[in-house]
Design a protein around this ligand. Structure first.
Ligand code: 8YV
Length: 330
């Protein structure tokens, strides 16, 4: 029988996935779950045929240049591939795959939860009772903002943006979006979505902004200090995509100056570090912070693992893996 390929997995994955991978491939697991060091990753590039990294592994051009002849496939455990220098990998004829589609609904759920949490002061309220700050009901206490009838501006109308639009529509928000390309008219009609070619103009007219584009060189600080200035004082910004898409310092300044009402962040510019200023704003209840858990469901992680397995297996069988990342997607 053919020799099984050496597959190096950088983090712990759901047990069913690890077991299946060990059956199918010569799999080296990371029992400790501690992120591999740069040197350990370089060693993996020199020895493995397949690397399964996650968002916590930066597979940059220096690592890719150390890849040996045997390295064939980087099968990312994750949808976003901004942790990988894909252009360098493709330049070395290393195929890159990701796990699209299976974390769409979970991420959209978490985004909706963040919108509601910020608008309705959910975290502040949930803290009040254990902190014994609730002395009794009052007609003017803990007032948030109504969601129904407000305008939602979605930046990036891909799978997750559309899944959020479906939910938000059910909550009575009107849907506005900005995207590189207009989505097909049937989808626009279904979602009753208004397309804004100009992101600046959309930002000036919505109450809630939610970010759902990938992080690429073109979207780095897409929500720049200049653009954030277009936001209305009563507006809320939510980010479950990537921290780098929003200029975090500029966002903090806007929140501190009450030039916007609040923010819900699941991702940060320098994860896992969170700026002390954001922590202070969280303390005051103005922002709700989550530790990058948008796609964190048991089902989702298993689905992601299954995608990784199918990608590796298809590739090893000599076929084109279903979730190949192409240069046009970057
Ligand atoms: C994971 C994600 O946190 O898939 C993504 O792009 O951000 C999340 O699903 C991570 O990518 C796992 O590597």
């Amino acid at each position: 029988p053919k020799k099984k390929p050496l597959v190096i997995v950088t983090r712990r994955l759901p047990e069913v996935i690890e077991t299946r991978m060990c059956e199918l491939f010569d799999t080296r697991l990371n029992e400790t779950d501690k992120p591999l060091t740069h040197e350990e990753l370089a060693e993996a590039m020199r020895t493995a045929e397949v690397l399964v990294p996650t968002i916590t592994d930066r597979i940059d051009s220096s690592l890719i240049s150390q890849a040996g002849e045997q390295m064939k496939l980087i099968a990312n455990f994750g949808n976003g591939v901004d942790n990988i220098d894909v252009a360098s990998a493709l330049g070395r004829s290393i195929t890159v795959t990701n796990t699209p589609g299976v974390l769409t609904e979970d991420t959209a759920d978490m985004t909706m939860a963040l919108i509601l949490a910020v608008a309705r002061r959910l975290v502040e309220g949930a803290r009040a009772i254990p902190e014994a700050a609730w002395t009794g009901w009052s007609p003017t206490w803990m007032l948030g903002h109504r969601i129904t009838g407000k305008r939602l501006g979605i930046v990036g109308m891909g799978r997750i943006g559309q899944a959020l639009a479906r939910r938000a529509k059910a909550f009575g928000l009107s849907i506005h979006y900005h995207n590189r390309r207009r989505v097909p008219v049937e989808i626009e009609e279904q979602l009753e979505a208004t397309y804004w070619e100009s992101l600046d103009q959309m930002l000036a007219r919505v109450d809630v902004v939610s970010v759902h584009c990938p992080h690429t060189p073109a979207t780095y600080h897409l929500l720049s200090a200049r653009r954030l200035k277009y936001l209305r004082p009563q507006s809320i910004l939510v980010n479950t995509a990537r921290g780098e898409i929003v200029d975090e310092n500029a966002l903090v300044r806007m929140l501190e100056a009450n030039e916007m009402a609040g923010a819900g962040l699941d991702v940060f510019e320098h994860e896992p570090a969170v700026s002390p200023k954001l922590l202070k704003l969280a303390q005051s209840g103005k922002v709700t912070l989550l530790p990058h858990m948008g796609s964190a469901t048991i089902e989702g992680r298993i689905d992601m693992g299954e995608k990784v397995i199918i990608n590796i297996k298809t590739f090893m069988d000599g076929h084109r893996p279903p979730d190949r990342v192409l240069p046009s997607m970057l």
